[in-house]
Design a binder for this molecule. Structure first.
Ligand SMILES: O=C(CO)COP(=O)(O)O
Ligand SMILES: O=C[C@H](O)COP(=O)(O)O
Ligand SMILES: [Zn+2]
Ligand SMILES: [Zn+2]
Length: 354
């Protein structure tokens, strides 16, 4: 199957009550890990590339790595998604490159650091919806800033996110604003702020409802029932991965991520796309540290990349199963982008707001 529309995948997930992990990829081994995990369980795939990934690998490498995945696994419905676009121009660049889905993160200004106001966010997101829907591509937007409800810190650990202190109202998406935002922009998927943050250091203790507001998901979903919700910063930061890293010379502090059971609860209330990057980074780092420690004389990169790729694959496979993706890939038709464009033009994919 060629690259498919993210809207088609998320619509299918909504109709059938499951969620799809969206994995960040930067290199060959990560792309292979995700695809081989999906293949083993029959899952549909969302591969996403951040600006950091495009910078690290180069945009042509990212594009062709993902297209290679589509050719190598022609039976798997695959979405090529741009993560955290900071301007309409960047989103247009991704669409021109062949991405079938883009995120316009207008919760922040173009610097990717300064919280933006509602009107700015509506304006840039609307521009991206116009350019994307015209060619049948999907748009994800974001309302509210990711950050820690424990500390008020906006956490810019990996270069994507607001900087400094935020107040609670900025870090929790308001259901009424979400309804207005969706009505005004007519985007396909909305990333919401509920206390998650990017990177490994999300919570200092296993999160409870005061710092991870899953209840917000229900309130938002009640207002915009057919808009697909997206959870960013949704790595679970498994303790066993942390232990392997530290056992083999790493020095990561104790930390907690988003428990899978909380994500499963959120999936019941409209969360369809779950962004995961950190868990793959940790899995690969731990496997690599272990291999290097146990094999100090080895120097063939294929030998040390293999266990890292296997460890990444294991995490991906586990999330596909936990989020209910097993066997769903084969049920996706693969609607051509031109047909999606017609559907948008006819208003068939319009959002309902209550
Ligand atoms: O949200 C993410 C990418 O957009 C990744 O989140 P994590 O850092 O929790 O993996
Ligand atoms: O959105 C955040 C992702 O984890 C991407 O991180 P990155 O900017 O380091 O590639
Ligand atoms: Zn954001
Ligand atoms: Zn993110």
């Amino acid at each position: 199957m060629a690259l498919v529309s993210m809207r088609e995948l998320l619509d299918h997930a909504a109709e059938n009550g499951y969620g799809i992990p969206a994995f960040n990829v930067n290199n060959l081994e990560q792309v292979q890990a995700v695809m081989s995990a999906a293949d083993e369980v029959g899952a549909p795939v969302i591969l996403q590339a951040s600006a950091g990934a495009r910078k690290y690998a180069g945009e042509h490498f990212i594009k062709y790595l993902i297209q290679a995945a589509a050719e190598a696994y022609p039976h798997i419905p695959l979405v090529m998604h741009q993560d955290h676009g900071t301007s309409p121009a960047i989103c247009q660049g991704a669409l021109d490159l062949g991405f079938g889905s883009v995120m316009m993160d207008g919760s922040l200004r173009e610097d990717g650091k300064t919280p933006a106001d509602f009107d700015y966010n509506v304006d840039v997101t609307k521009q991206v919806v116009a350019m994307a829907h015209k060619i049948g591509a999907t748009v994800e937007g974001e309302l509210g800033c990711l950050g820690s409800l424990e500390t008020g810190e906006a956490g810019e650990e990996d270069g994507v996110g607001a900087v400094g202190k935020l107040d609670h109202s900025q870090m929790l998406t308001d259901p009424e604003e979400a309804a207005q935002f969706v009505a005004a922009t007519q985007l396909d998927a909305l990333a919401i702020a509920i206390g998650t943050s990017h990177g490994a250091y999300k919570f200092t203790r296993p999160p409870t409802g005061d710092v991870l507001a899953i209840s917000r998901v229900k309130e938002i979903n009640a207002r915009i029932p057919n808009t697909h919700l997206v959870m960013h910063g949704s790595s679970s930061v498994p303790q066993d991965l942390l232990d392997i890293i530290n056992q083999y010379g790493g020095a990561m502090k104790q930390t907690y991520g988003v428990p899978v059971k909380e994500i499963q609860e959120a999936i019941k209330y409209g969360v369809r796309k779950i962004n995961i990057d950190t868990d793959i980074r940790m899995a690969m780092t731990g496997a690599l540290r272990k291999f290097m420690a146990e094999n100090p004389s080895k120097f063939d990169m294929r030998e040390w990349m293999k266990p890292a790729r296997e460890a990444a694959k294991a995490v991906c496979k586990q999330r596909y199963l936990e989020f209910g993706c097993e066997g769903q890939g084969a049920k996706i038709k693969g609607i051509p982008m031109s047909v999606m464009a017609e559907k948008y033009a006819k208003g068939e994919l319009a959002q309902q707001v209550r």
